[in-house]
Design a protein. Structure first.
Length: 464
RNA sequence: GCGGCUAUGGUGAAAAGGUUAUCACAGGGGUUUGUGGUACCUCUGUUACGGGUUCGAUUCCCGUUAGCCGCCCCA
């Protein structure tokens, strides 16, 4: 009974309710879990756009797709993300599986990518190894707009290159993705150096804030104890002044780190990616070193929550941390829901697939049968055709056609099947003509082109 | 995890401590047999869930759940 242990560990209310009411929620049926959501058909157009954009850029920059498991040993994340972090300490879905192993739903994928890199001996492949992924992540955080317990990330990781050019190229790719999506993002960048110089800096920072201890809020006092780096992006009252006088991490970087960072910035200048130096930018995962960056949605509400659409950085120590040979690496990830929301706010709402301009209406079984064949012909010609299977009355079918806003409707009845003809109706004018069924595909093709072609008369790649 | 706001049909809204809870839109079915964009009829809610106050609550109170906002944190 391995499950008993897990249940006993978490005597949460949900568990009790589940047992008593047979997994029913307040509504009387097993509804969505909090913080989880369905990505509905009407959102899929935007998601497709994001998926396609990410994929196409990944491919053009030579990244290979990798799919990583959703469940990993808890150990992987404890070691990499860090025990002191919120992600690990309070947001991870950890449980004991039926084989009595401690497993976790992945809160992010970089650790898995590094694990895969080691496990499949990718260090013996030509370096760098460049991979991208897209999939769900899980964090038991408090849900809010743009923040979910299951959310999707699209990520890019590069292993095996120390050169700062990779940092810059990754930032460039991220920037391009947003550009292609028509989103205006600001690149914020900082360097947190190596673990060593960070240590020295942290001591300095703590010493500085200790003098003002009585001025700090409870939250900030806690940060001072637990995670002093976080003081840098504290939004507490009065912190702005204190921060202005605080030591800056850039001044404490060793020469090598400094040089690395300068080069990243130079490369960014070279490819004309504007950036904002944000000395207060720190990231919540332990494994970062040197360059850290975020893509922040530009626009009116600069301080609005959840406006970071993506982020990443260098993690030279990660591979070694989980037991591989020391391997430099760098990467970033995008929050797909946040990107989708930004697109929605802009009114970007593409259809999930090309909207059919042709509707097929049939009357009777014979028509239905030959309609099946006709449908295939149109599919082969790559002309999407809509229909209303299940509606019998022509009137009802035309109603549907009208609602869909198609240009043309094909009407096939008993009589037409016998004659080998079909009626072609122009929905705008209502004009109808009876034509040879054999020529219908070509005819429709021509009619549709006349409606949509004019803009590009020049050299079409299809014209040959 | 902490604090605050909210919760009415698929969607957006309206209403009042008291008989059948309005309206618009969307959707399903129909107005008899082969023609749409304008009509008509009809259906779709135990007013989130549970409890309390009351003669009576959907309206007041409490709890739960969920969403949103702020914090924590992050994508």
């Amino acid at each position: 009974m391995p499950f008993k242990k897990a249940v006993a560990k978490k005597p949460k209310v949900e568990g009790v309710v589940d047992e008593e009411e047979g997994k029913k929620s307040a509504k009387g049926f097993p509804e969505l879990l909090r913080g989880f959501r369905d990505i509905l058909p009407e959102e899929q157009g935007r998601w497709n756009l994001i998926r396609d954009t990410v994929r196409s850029l990944a491919e053009s920059y030579g990244f290979d797709r990798i799919d990583l498991p959703i469940l990993e040993r808890s150990e992987l994340f404890l070691r990499t993300i860090g025990k002191g972090t919120d992600i690990v300490d309070k947001e991870m879905y950890v449980f004991t599986d039926p084989s009595n192993r401690s497993v976790a739903l992945r809160p992010e994928a970089t650790a898995s990518a590094a694990r895969a890199y080691i496990e499949h001996g990718m260090l013996d492949r030509p370096q760098p190894v460049k991979m991208w992924y897209m999939g769900p992540m899980f964090r038991h955080d408090r849900p809010q707009a743009g923040r979910f317990r299951q959310f999707y990330q699209a990520g890019f990781e590069v292993f095996g290159v120390e050169e700062p050019i990779i940092d810059a190229q990754l930032i460039l790719i991220g920037k391009k993705i947003f550009e292609d999506l028509g989103l205006d993002v600001q690149v914020q960048i900082n360097s947190i150096g190596t673990a060593d110089c960070r240590q020295t800096y942290l001591a300095e920072l703590v010493a500085y804030f200790r003098q003002f201890r009585n001025k700090l809020s409870e939250d900030d006092k806690r940060r001072l104890q637990k995670n002093p780096l976080r003081l840098l992006d504290s939004k507490e009252e009065g912190m702005a002044e204190l921060l202005a006088g605080a030591p800056q991490i850039l001044d404490w970087l060793d020469d090598k780190s400094k040089e690395h960072f300068m080069k990243v910035l130079e490369f960014l200048d070279e490819v004309e990616v504007p950036y904002v130096l944000n000395p207060h930018l720190v990231r919540g995962l332990d494994y970062y070193s040197h360059t850290v960056f975020e893509f922040v949605l530009a626009g009116d509400t600069g301080e609005k929550a959840q406006n970071a659409l993506g982020g990443g950085g260098r993690y030279d120590g990660l591979v070694q941390l989980i037991g591989g040979r020391p391997t430099p690496a760098c990467g970033f990830a995008l929050g797909v829901e946040r990107v989708a929301r930004a697109l929605a706010d802009k009114g970007v709402n593409p259809p999930q697939f090309p909207v059919p301009q042709v509707f097929f209406a049939q009357l009777g079984d014979a028509a239905r049968r030959s309609g099946l064949r006709l449908f295939e012909q149109f599919r082969a010609a790559k002309i999407p055709v809509a229909e209303a299977a299940g509606k019998n009355a022509l009137k009802a079918q035309l109603e549907v056609a009208n609602k869909m806003g198609v240009q043309l409707t094909l009407i096939l009845g008993q009589k037409e099947v016998l004659d080998g003809t079909i009626i072609l109706r122009d929905m705008e004018s209502g004009a109808q003509e009876t034509v040879d069924a054999k020529k219908i595909v070509a005819l429709v093709e021509r009619k549709l082109q006349r409606e949509t072609a004019p803009p590009h008369v020049g050299h079409s790649p299809i014209s040959e």
